[in-house]
Structures are given as structure tokens and as C-alpha cells.
Design a protein. Structure first.
Length: 194
């Protein structure tokens, strides 16, 4: 079974350091003559800050798949090609529903009209396509779902992507790992940008 990898970067300690530096500069509001001269020669200077970056990863088993499928038709007129595509798409959507795909799990991703031309650039007809993204929430139904769509008239299928219906827990776990990594001992002086 495939696994989904979530990678998150985190910046830790930077905000706390900036706040501490701000407080330190506020505790001594009257700069010395040397500090004032240095600031005058560096008009765009900002408070110094430290940024520490951590990487967190988590790998989880997917519980959902997405694929894009649809129909394309050629005809002498746009009207004929559109009529054919609309008729076939109605059949495809009914087949998807029969395969257990909820209406909320199908979404139109593209409806295109292109002109077919001969070598001299003269129009010879029109090509119309209609594509939908399909979410399959039961991974055992991926094959039967695509088979049902093809049997109903789909002639375009583009890839299968495995994912999570709700990635929140995996992202939270990766984020926590990134913060722990940023705070960990591996960050020596060479890892810090000041």
C-alpha cells in the first residue's frame, strides 16, 4: 500500500529572540554616543534576529484517492460535439453514482472547445471535452469506479493520486516534529543565521 508523506518546516525561537532583543533595547532607551554614531552610519539597520529552521516529516497510510476522467468528442459543429459530450457525461456521472461515488465527490475541472484544422489552417470540425475530478473514499473501489466510467463512455483518464480525506492530524504531527527538530541539539553555531 502506498503511503502519503507530509513534510513541514518550522521556524522556532526566532520570535522569542526578536521579542527579547526588543525588550533589551527598550530597557536602555538612551543610546551612548558610540551607539548613536554607529546607527547613523547604518540607517537601515534592524534589530538582530536569530532564525532556526526545523524539518518534520510524517508518513501515513492514505484513505482516499483522486482521479480525473471525462469524455472528448469530435464533430463538424460545436453544437454536435457538445451534445455528444453532454450525453456521455450524464451517463458517466450516473455510472459513478452507481459505483458508490457521492455527488459531492465529483467536480468539473474543465470544459474545452478546440477547432480542428487541416494543413492549410481551414477548420475541419470541433473537439469538445469535459473532465471531472473524482474522489474515491473507499480504496478498494478505485478499479471498479474507473471501469464503470469507461463502460459508460469515458475516453480520458488521468492518473490516480493517493491522499487523506482529512490531513490535519498528519500535518500537526509533522509540525510538532519540525518544532522539536528546530529546538533540538543538532543546531550548533554553524546552523544559526544572525
Amino acid at each position: 500500500m502506498r503511503r502519503v508523506l507530509y513534510t513541514v518546516g518550522a521556524v522556532a525561537l526566532g520570535a522569542a529572540l526578536v521579542a527579547a532583543l526588543s525588550l533589551a533595547t527598550q530597557s536602555n532607551p538612551t543610546p551612548s554616543a558610540a551607539e548613536a554614531a554607529q546607527t547613523a552610519t547604518q540607517p537601515n539597520s534592524l534589530p538582530r534576529a536569530m532564525t532556526i529552521v526545523g524539518i518534520g516529516k510524517t508518513s501515513v497510510k492514505p484513505d482516499m484517492a483522486e482521479t480525473t476522467l471525462g469524455v472528448r468528442a469530435n464533430a463538424p459543429t460545436v453544437s454536435e460535439a457538445t451534445s455528444k459530450v453532454n450525453s456521455d457525461m450524464d451517463k458517466i456521472l450516473k455510472a459513478l453514482k452507481g459505483a458508490g461515488i457521492a455527488e459531492r465527490d465529483t467536480q468539473t475541472t474543465g470544459f474545452n472547445v478546440n477547432i480542428d484544422q487541416d494543413r492549410d489552417g481551414k477548420p475541419t470540425g470541433y473537439q469538445v471535452s469535459n473532465m471531472v475530478r473524482v474522489r474515491v473514499r473507499d480504496l478498494d473501489k478505485i478499479g471498479p469506479t474507473i471501469d464503470a466510467a469507461l463502460a459508460a463512455g469515458a475516453n480520458q483518464v488521468y492518473g490516480i493520486q493517493f491522499t487523506l480525506a482529512d490531513p490535519t492530524a498528519a500535518q500537526t504531527q509533522a509540525r510538532a516534529a519540525a518544532v522539536a527538530d528546530a529546538q533540538g541539539p543538532r543546531h550548533g553555531a554553524g546552523d544559526r543565521a544572525v
